[in-house]
Design a protein around this ligand. Structure first.
Ligand SMILES: CC(C)(COP(=O)(O)OP(=O)(O)OC[C@H]1O[C@@H](n2cnc3c(N)ncnc32)[C@H](O)[C@@H]1OP(=O)(O)O)[C@@H](O)C(=O)NCCC(=O)NCCS
Length: 156
């Protein structure tokens, strides 16, 4: 198994995995629209983000097949308000079911965290759905602390 950094022009290589992650997370977020085009729309959205930010994506490869990925970017908080204004944001992490439990998720996260550090970030932020216990266990074990909770109110 190899972990390699994906280039912006190779983004469509993770379309199927993005789609699988989107489908997986739709069990936690009922507002997600899931259809056959979701993967394509996600890549389009990511391509747009990569134009404006320092973006990174690492993929796990089993021979030539991509079986997992992590992606995120650096964003800047208002310098006058924050002591440390360069922040890494971890957006997506996914490992195909058949390849889970072998340390790949941890390896991918560590690669991205190291990359953020090399780019000068002093913090890394991630969002996790409250019910995604596995992801909490993984990220707590990497040193992440619970920091804020987003509350959602459904209207009508
Ligand atoms: C979360 C996910 C990326 C973990 O990938 P993975 O390759 O299986 O993870 P690893 O093998 O590196 O395990 C890392 C840690 O995760 C936790 N973990 C993994 N499988 C677990 C399970 N079945 N139950 C509870 N914790 C588990 C453990 O803390 C584990 O560390 P340990 O092996 O030292 O105990 C993978 O399950 C996945 O893609 N899930 C669906 C998408 C998702 O939830 N993404 C995260 C969005 S924030």
């Amino acid at each position: 198994m190899k972990i390699v950094q994906l280039k912006q022009k190779q983004l469509s290589q993770i379309e199927d995995l993005e789609m699988e992650l989107w489908r997986f997370e739709s069990r936690f977020n009922k507002n997600f629209k899931v259809n056959k085009n979701s993967g394509r729309h996600l890549i389009k959205w990511l391509k747009n983000i990569t134009k404006h930010s320092k973006w990174v994506c690492f993929v796990a490869k089993d021979n030539r097949q991509i079986v997992g990925f992590v992606t995120g970017w650096i964003y800047k908080k208002q310098r006058t308000l924050y002591k440390h204004w360069k922040v890494g944001y971890g957006c997506d992490l996914y490992v195909r079911p058949a390849f889970r439990g072998k340390g790949l998720g941890r390896h991918l996260m560590k690669k991205m965290i190291n990359w953020f550090g090399q780019q000068g970030a002093r913090y890394v932020e991630i969002d996790i759905y409250q019910k995604n216990k596995k992801s909490f266990t993984l990220n707590h074990s990497l040193g992440f602390k619970d920091h804020a909770t987003r509350l959602v109110l459904r209207l009508k």
